[in-house]
Design a protein around this ligand. Structure first.
Ligand SMILES: [Ca+2]
Ligand SMILES: [Ca+2]
Length: 249
């Protein structure tokens, strides 16, 4: 279960598996744009990515820097040293940053504009993470990530993405399994309203049977089965919200 985030809370969260069960660990960090059109400073989400990368062992990141600008789905994805995948659903590679739209890249200049997507992987994975920018500026918006593999489908949800205060925000969301493997993921917006966002730095780790490298071990969390709250911060929210939210999200 995810703890609902109150407006103004910047979160670094790691969920803990129930003790004695196969471990699936989730990672979530978010940064608001503060007074800038976009979140150029991202201490929370970058810290969560760093922790995720440490835990999952050998990983590959699709930065979209080698994908042609203007390319649309299906997009062939490459995760160096780990594998490949195909992104379907909604997605167009862009390299522009419009301050009124506030989607932006995390790495380099290119990212994918999407309102939701699926990725099928050419090989089983044990971890999946990504950055999303300008996601969550509409009320009650949340996101649901479903991961499907031989053992079935699991879903992990984040709701209340700052309840309309997240224009130009950046978040990192990741999931890893210590036993489970998955071959596809789907990200769905939990909202009736369109909220296009920027997708960048998509990360996977190989299934452990093919990656005997450093085992992850779930992050130690003092209360099994509950959410570990690792850090909180406040941002200058007053300037983060612009008037006139657009359909273009
Ligand atoms: Ca990029
Ligand atoms: Ca948006």
């Amino acid at each position: 279960m995810w703890r609902k985030l109150s407006a103004g809370t910047l979160a670094l969260l790691v969920s803990a598996p129930a003790s004695g069960h196969a471990a699936i660990v989730s990672y979530f960090g978010q940064d608001l744009a503060s007074t800038d059109p976009i979140a150029t400073s991202r201490p929370n989400s970058e810290a969560v990515r760093a922790a995720f990368l440490t835990d999952i062992g050998t990983s590959g990141t699709e930065t979209f820097e080698s994908v042609a600008v203007g390319a649309t789905v299906p997009l062939a994805l490459s995760f160096p040293a780990v594998g490949t995948g195909t992104l379907t659903g909604d997605g167009t590679v862009e390299d522009t940053v419009d301050p009124l739209v506030a989607r932006f890249p995390i790495s380099g200049t290119r990212y994918v504009t999407t309102g939701g997507f699926s990725i099928a992987f050419a090989q089983p994975i044990s971890a999946f993470g990504f950055f999303a920018t300008d996601l969550g500026e509409f009320e009650t918006l949340g996101i649901e990530l479903s991961l499907t593999g031989p053992g079935g489908t699991i879903t992990r949800t984040i709701d209340g993405l700052l309840d309309g205060l997240a224009n130009g925000s950046a978040l990192f969301f990741g999931v890893q399994g210590t036993v489970e493997t998955w071959t596809s993921v789907t990200l769905t917006l939990l909202s009736g309203r369109e909220d296009l966002f920027g997708l960048d730095d998509v990360i996977i780790a190989a299934a452990r049977s093919t990656d005997p490298g450093p085992g992850p071990g779930p992050n130690p969390v003092p209360e099994p089965g509950t959410l570990g709250l690792l850090g909180l911060g406040l941002a200058g929210l007053a300037a983060a919200r612009r008037p006139g939210q657009r359909r273009s999200g």
